[in-house]
Design a binder for this molecule. Structure first.
Ligand SMILES: Nc1ncnc2c1ncn2[C@@H]1O[C@H](COP(=O)(O)OP(=O)(O)OP(=O)(O)O)[C@@H](O)[C@H]1O
Ligand SMILES: [Mg+2]
Length: 313
């Protein structure tokens, strides 16, 4: 595995960051009631995950939204790292030819010997040959680079072209507890492969007005994959990202999100902070780069909420 890049900044925890104590977007509940969270619903008490004694039977999750720049890759890295902190064995799958997930974990796209492309296209290549460890204990990665863009074209001619990723991930199911697939911003054949290989989908949505456009199309795609290719596919949750509770705009978008998606919306929201771009430059998750920052805590909370939804506390 190529060497990981060092963190450029000496003390990231001391750097600027959006305030954590946003004003509540909704009225405060009466004394004795659970406080309302940023989504306007009472915030549940999330159980502390218990360590696992055995591993395997991985739940496979696609991080999916055809809109670019909504936090798919950031959520894959940081949810994965948080689940690993809670003792889960995690495999991240970079399924975007941009390779941002691999770069965000400190890999150099030009120095990769084998990538997920080889695994998809060459039956001689085995999963173990392609998996690399990350700097986070318990979290591994199937890396990708621009080569993967050729797979989208080549797969069209394959038999069972939608099931190719599912086939290559099968040997990983018994080794890991969670497999997170970082999708590219499109609803093409690669994304259909990811959805076909998955048990659930997490949809990150930027808390801004245009974010809600296009979600209907995503839902139609998920429904079609469920009907035709993968009956078990469920939407595990919609995640509000880049939330800024100081702006009416963010709060209104959150309100509309809950109106449209109800309890599918995670109680956890990810606030806007520059620490996420800083940690990408450093090539590591925010949970290690700025371990005590509010961004790191938000992803740890998301991990607890996700595990609670899967009944895996
Ligand atoms: N909560 C946040 N606050 C501020 N910046 C963020 C946040 N989440 C992500 N970012 C930044 O926004 C940019 C886009 O995020 P990210 O790469 O995770 O999105 P994406 O959906 O994977 O994009 P693409 O569709 O291109 O794959 C990155 O520079 C990332 O560092
Ligand atoms: Mg991405």
């Amino acid at each position: 595995m190529p060497p990981r890049s060092p963190a450029p900044s000496p003390s990231p925890d001391q750097r600027d960051e959006s305030p954590v104590s946003d004003p509540l977007p909704f009225e405060r509940p009466a004394a004795g009631e659970a406080p309302l969270g940023p989504t306007g619903r009472p915030m549940p008490v999330l159980p502390e995950p218990t360590p696992l004694t055995t591993h395997g039977h991985a739940r496979v999750i696609s991080m999916c939204n055809q809109k670019g720049g909504v936090g798919k890759t950031t959520t894959t890295i940081n949810l994965g790292a948080s689940l690993a902190e809670f003792g889960r064995k995690v495999l991240l799958v970079d399924f975007d030819p941009q390779g941002s997930l691999s770069v965000g974990l400190g890999l150099n796209p030009h120095e990769m010997e084998l990538t997920i492309y080889n695994l998809l296209m060459d039956r001689e290549t085995t999963l173990d040959e392609v998996v690399v460890s990350t700097g986070v204990p318990g979290m591994d990665l199937l890396p990708s680079n621009i080569d993967l863009s050729a797979a989208e074209v080549q797969l069209v001619h394959e038999v069972a072209r939608e099931q190719t990723l599912q086939r290559v991930l099968a040997p990983a199911l018994e080794q890991y507890d969670v497999i997170l697939i970082d999708c590219q911003p499109s609803l093409g054949l690669l994304t259909v492969n990811a959805l076909t290989a998955s048990d659930g989908v997490i949809v990150p949505l930027e808390c801004e007005y245009f974010a809600l456009r296009g979600v209907a199309l995503l839902k139609t795609t998920i429904d079609k994959v469920r009907e035709r290719l993968n009956p078990k596919l469920s939407i595990d949750g919609v995640l509000g990202t880049m939330y800024d509770g100081r702006t009416l705009h963010s709060r209104e978008v959150m309100e509309r999100l809950v109106q449209a998606w109800g309890d599918t919306v995670f109680h956890t929201v990810i606030r806007r902070t520059v620490k996420f771009s800083d940690s990408t430059v450093a090539g590591e998750p925010i949970t290690t780069y700025a371990s005590s920052s509010s961004g790191a805590d938000a992803y740890r909370q998301l991990a607890k909420e996700v595990l609670a939804r899967w009944h895996d506390e």
